[in-house]
Design a protein around this ligand. Structure first.
Ligand code: IPM
Ligand code: MG
Length: 359
């Protein structure tokens, strides 16, 4: 039996999460998996109900589960709140509570979505298929000190980019392991020409690279890397980078795939429950309209089958089902570019993927 904590959250979170659960149930039937879902409020939804965006009970419920399926949190309604009460801070804290350290973001351009990619066809002709492995336990998000103060010179705010060698090392090791299962190439991006933490980053990655001579390792300075990634995406296989760079380059890289709504992610825990969520946010402007793309969330559920529930076959089945639905010409609004493509709603897209799984 697998216990899955489902945290739909805010904005389009609930709409897309519903579709991912639908698809997971279809896979469960096909592969005789006994999946037990428990639903919980989080973020703004929990704040409205109980006054806080994350509770100890919720953290415990997640810890007791085998995996967490997470939609999105936040919205204009709660934007006036400051740290640490901000609704998105609930996610930052939940990652910490669950000892998440690596965020595996999977970028793929599905056949048929070339016209939706924001990048010219000659640039994507070599294919888009890479992973950004974002460090998720430290860096600018968690480094101390972190504060605001009034000073004679004006208001002052401080964030700290902090890395210990062991934090870089464990992420790098995971990156090399993934690269070895894929095309054997690892690119490390950091800002080692300007930041001390990035110099440590590069040193540690070099050390780990020495123990992985079979993997082709490269170091890129992140600003140039951000450009190269868009111009020559086929050069990349596994890319590792510090927390904040991974946040930024993740959204940037999404334009290659057609829509940020296509990109899934796994947030791997050191010792227990991992979290699965699409890389996009709550997209409150399209909430409730039935137009959100659930594919990033559905593919996140596939990553859950692969990395937490020991069902790689189920994950492959979802990947193939999504590829076939796109081949058949079905598109949510964000990835539709021509009249020949059949426009479908969020729930229709979920139905189509689930139906392919049952075939
Ligand atoms: C993401 C999001 C979060 C992050 C926000 C909501 C705190 O942008 O998962 O990429 O910055 O990590
Ligand atoms: Mg982000």
């Amino acid at each position: 039996m697998h216990h899955i904590a489902v945290l739909p959250g805010d904005g389009i979170g609930p709409e897309i999460t519903r579709e991912a659960v639908k698809v997971l149930k279809a896979v469960g039937e096909r592969h005789q998996l006994d999946l037990v879902f428990s639903h919980h409020l989080v973020g703004g939804a929990l704040l409205d109900a109980q006054g806080v965006a994350l509770t100890d009970e919720l953290v415990e419920a997640c810890r007791r589960s085998d995996a967490v399926l997470f939609g999105a949190v936040g919205g204009p309604k709660w934007d006036h709140l400051d740290m640490p009460d901000r609704v998105d801070h609930a996610l930052i804290r939940l990652r910490q509570e669950l000892s998440v350290y690596a965020n595996l973001r999977q970028f793929r351009l599905y056949a048929g979505l070339e016209d939706a990619s924001a990048v010219k066809s000659d640039r994507i002709a070599g294919g888009v298929d890479f992973i950004i492995l974002r460090e998720l336990s430290s860096g600018a998000y968690y480094g101390q000190p972190k504060f605001r103060e009034e000073t004679p010179r004006g208001r002052r705010a401080v964030d700290t980019i902090e890395y210990f060698d062991f934090q870089v090392e464990r992420l790098a090791r995971y990156g090399f392991e993934l690269a070895r299962q894929r095309r054997g190439k690892l690119t490390s991006m950091s800002k080692w020409n300007a930041l001390e933490s990035s110099r440590l980053w590069r040193d540690v990655v070099e050390e780990v690279a020495g123990q992985n001579p079979d993997v082709d390792t490269r170091h890129e300075i992140v600003d140039a890397g951000a450009m190269n990634l868009i111009q020559r995406p086929a050069e990349y296989d596994v890319i590792i980078m510090p927390n904040m760079f991974g946040d930024i380059l993740g959204d940037e890289a999404a334009v290659l795939t057609g829509s940020i709504g296509m990109v899934p992610s796994a947030e791997i825990s050191l010792d227990g429950t991992s979290l699965y969520e699409p890389i996009h946010g709550s997209a409150n402007d399209i909430e409730g309209k039935g137009i959100a793309n659930p594919i990033g969330m559905i593919l996140s559920a596939a990553l859950m089958l692969r990395y937490s529930l020991d069902c790689p076959d189920g994950a492959d089945v979802i990947d193939r089902a999504v590829a076939r639905v796109i081949e058949d010409g079905y598109r949510t609004a964000d990835i539709r570019r021509s009249p020949g493509q059949q426009r479908v709603s969020t729930s229709e897209m979920g139905d189509l993927v689930a139906a392919k799984i049952n075939e």
